[in-house]
Design a protein. Sequence first.
Length: 386
Amino acid sequence: MEITPRLIEQAAARGEMHFDYQPKVSFLTGEVCGAEALLRWRREDGSEVSPESFVPLAEAWGVVSDLTEAMFPRFLADVSAIKTGHPKQRIAFNVSAHDLDAPRFIAMLHDAIDRGLVAVEHLELEVTEGVVVSGKHSVLGSLHRLVAEGVELAMDDYGMGFSSLDTLQRLPFSSIKLDQSFVLRVLHSAKSAVLVKLSIAMAQMLGIRTVVEGVESKAIYDSLLHSGCSAAQGFWVSRPLPLDDYLAFLSDQPRWPASPIGLFRMAQLAHFWQERLLIDMVFAALQSDDPVTDIPLEFHLDETECELGKWYLGSGREFAGDPDFDALEAPHRAMHDLCAEVFRALRTGDRQHILSELLGEISANSCRVTTCLHRLETQALIREAD
Ligand code: G
Ligand code: MN
């Protein structure tokens, strides 16, 4: 069969296309946290056309946006069926740069949200980085608005394109999905392992999460359990499933190995990094005559907004009673409060206060936070190895 643009269009219109759902598992909880909708084409005679053979053609012919628009209502209906019994699931829809550049698709999304057809907390968009989003003001504005409303935006196939850093700095991503080709090699290539782990750390510094694709074996899953990566997707967790099978799968409440160690490590890194960034900023401000007016995005002034704060006020409560856990909150809160005070002092020009008091106190509290986290990490490692 020769695939043509018309054939693709007819197939979508006739209902020959549907989505399978591939689960993602949280490394922190070991539970299914969501899934990715993957487009499937089953012809009337029952034969399957693989997405690798028709999606790139649809892209090349410029009809991919028609396909996206034709399939979006089906996706919304599926999400609605999923959320009924499983309200915490977030389901990802794959979009191409062409879709994001098409005002019609963005309008469809806003319309679906406004009409209550889908709630933003159930919705994620995965954007392939291969094709560059044009960067038109209108597109960027719409994307920022969707993200501000609570829709998540993931960069798909991270590491494969040539423009990943450029795209990363332009679009408001909430996560990156590390491409299978790196993940599949982590056990056999020291270079891939370093690239994967540093990409996770880099994402963390940007305040975004990482998902690994291509987790085909328990050994790969285990090797990334402590890496600070948020979630795993791949054949070892589950193959992509038809909607009904995915619903049954969720109802079984399957569990995978989970660990808080990645979070401890990332929190140590993030707070150390935040302290350094703050010091750099203070010194730049002291050397310049311009007053500091804006607080850079990387700084969470409210300690309950950073991942560590969210954790110890939420699922981390299970550690209550552990002296290192109990000793964490006070210096952590102090660190964030002191950070806010530095910004106030920079605005009022009170340099003396910063230099003689604030920096020293920040450093002392940062040490306390790091020590508690390091001890919690060691205890957890000993427990898990036992
Ligand atoms: O473009 P994206 O990276 O989202 O590609 C998803 C595709 O990868 C799907 O077609 C899915 O079937 C396939 N896939 C999902 N998990 C695995 C895996 O563990 N190994 C391999 N080789 N392919 C996978
Ligand atoms: Mn994807």
